[in-house]
Design a protein around this ligand. Structure first.
Ligand SMILES: Cc1cc2nc3c(=O)[nH]c(=O)nc-3n(C[C@H](O)[C@H](O)[C@H](O)COP(=O)(O)OP(=O)(O)OC[C@H]3O[C@@H](n4cnc5c(N)ncnc54)[C@H](O)[C@@H]3O)c2cc1C
Length: 431
């Protein structure tokens, strides 16, 4: 195959399931490559940017600022096709996949299906809590919280009013920190003005985490700065504590305490998705697919996994696998694309080595923490500005960047935003 001229090659059918950071980057790296005919399958018809969904959830950004339709993204490239569908089963021997709306055959299959919320088997929490994984969750959170604030204005039962307004955020990772910081900021700058009749209700924002620190994966300086900043903003932080149960009216904590609330936001765990047809031996912890240094799923032919759903243990710094971060997915996608080109050229493959470019979390207005390589730590305005810049340039299209920048500027100058809409197609009542 190494010596076949490119124009005589029959392109290989490459199916990528999942159009997040990993899937989209892989497809775009192979755009116009005559060696590959690519079909990107996703259950949504748009790509979205998970690090900013909490801003959609809190009415700070519009959904369209962080989402982009696949068909528009790929329309310039005649070797990339989009297929709307949900993967339900894989037949590795037959080299086919079954979607909820048809069957496709492949020469190479790449899993880039990301992760979903993990409720650790706690059925009540799955049923009643608000998850924070995708755009649907974000819109659900925005609608639900706003609807409950409206209910709070009309109930004369003070206990019920406090329950409607109190919010518990489970999980002190970046998402939990960012959501609780944003809610605390909104409480001061927006809700107090929108709902003057709700002042003095005693409602609180709680942030609950089972470990010793917030932002467990970041430096101790970032952990300390974040704790202090959130504390000052009035967020009640409970460490060494897990959410054990939620009745829809009351959160039960592992330390025996209970919090009367209708609002539990769940950011406390993720898991990859296991698909029918893949042998159980292919999965490692968190249902991630065990992959070799070239992202090939161990035990299967022509099947690869990148991003949150892949688990590689070959890199000495990451013996339990790489962190589930956007940069890991992007870097794996880029290398896998290069390796697919090397397969066509008959060259040796290059193993994956993750290069950590740093981690950041925003806490509130002018407040953030950033850990950069070589133990460089920033906090406050510099970290906040860096966070805004990195997230802005990472958005998929210039239109999204312009819209987001505009919305952020309006919010910064006004200390407020005007996107607090309850839009519930098909719903009229509080769920
Ligand atoms: C709220 C939130 C905030 C985050 N903040 C940060 C951050 O600040 N920095 C950072 O580095 N990382 C952050 N992350 C993590 C980061 O988003 C992930 O590591 C990254 O998205 C992983 O990329 P991926 O391509 O593996 O999966 P994803 O980007 O999750 O994409 C998976 C895609 O697969 C599709 N899919 C799933 N199942 C199926 C199926 N059965 N059939 C068809 N399609 C399917 C989904 O629709 C989705 O488009 C955050 C994650 C969340 C949820």
């Amino acid at each position: 195959m190494a010596n076949v001229p490119v124009q005589q090659m029959i392109p290989k059918k490459l199916i990528i399931v999942g159009g997040g950071f990993g899937g989209v980057n892989l497809a775009l790296q192979l755009k116009n490559d005559p060696g590959y005919q690519i079909t990107l399958v996703d259950k949504n018809n748009y790509n979205f940017f998970p690090p900013l969904i909490y801003q959609v959830a809190t009415g700070f950004l519009e959904n369209s600022n962080i989402s982009y339709p696949f068909r528009k993204l790929f329309r310039k490239y005649n070797n990339i096709h989009f297929r709307l569908g949900e993967l339900v089963r894989v037949n590795p021997d037959a080299h086919t996949i079954e979607l909820n709306n048809g069957t496709l055959s492949y020469d190479y299959l790449v899993f880039a299906t990301g992760a979903i919320s993990n409720f650790f088997g706690m059925e009540n929490i799955r049923k009643y809590a608000i998850a924070m994984k995708n755009v649907n969750d974000a819109l659900e959170m925005r609608n639900t919280l706003l609807q409950r604030f409206e209910l709070a204005t009309i109930t004369s039962d003070l206990q019920e009013r406090k329950k409607l307004l109190t919010i518990v955020v489970a999980g002190g990772g970046p998402t939990g920190v960012e959501v609780s910081g944003m809610l605390a900021d909104l409480r001061v700058h927006s809700f107090s003005k929108d709902y003057p009749e709700l002042k003095g209700t005693g409602a609180e924002i709680y942030l609950v985490d089972g470990s010793d620190h917030l932002l467990a994966a970041m430096s101790s300086a970032s952990q300390k700065d974040t704790f202090e900043a959130l504390n000052k903003m009035g967020v009640r932080i409970k460490l060494h504590t897990r959410v054990k149960d939620f009745t829809g009216d009351r959160v039960e904590l592992s330390n025996g305490e209970t919090i009367e609330t209708k609002n539990l936001i769940w950011t406390a765990g993720v898991s990859a998705i296991a698909f029918e047809g893949i042998p159980a031996s292919c999965y490692g912890s968190g249902k991630r697919l065990l992959a070799d240094p070239y992202n090939k799923v161990i035990g299967l032919s022509d099947v690869y996994a990148i991003g949150d759903t892949s688990l590689q243990k070959h890199q000495a710094d990451y013996p339990e696998g790489h962190p589930q971060l956007a940069q890991v997915a992007i870097q794996q996608a880029r290398l896998l694309a290069a390796n697919f080109k090397r397969i066509q050229a008959g060259k040796a493959l290059i193993p994956f080595v993750y290069k950590d470019k740093g981690t950041m979390a925003i806490i509130g207005r002018n407040k953030a923490v950033a850990d950069l390589p070589h133990h460089v730590h920033f906090k406050g305005f510099i970290a906040w500005f860096l966070w805004l810049f990195v997230h802005l340039v990472s958005l998929i299209d210039y239109r999204n960047r312009i819209k987001t920048l505009y919305n952020w500027m309006v919010a910064y100058l006004n200390k407020d935003q005007s996107l607090r809409f309850i839009v519930r197609p098909g719903h009229v009542q509080e769920k």
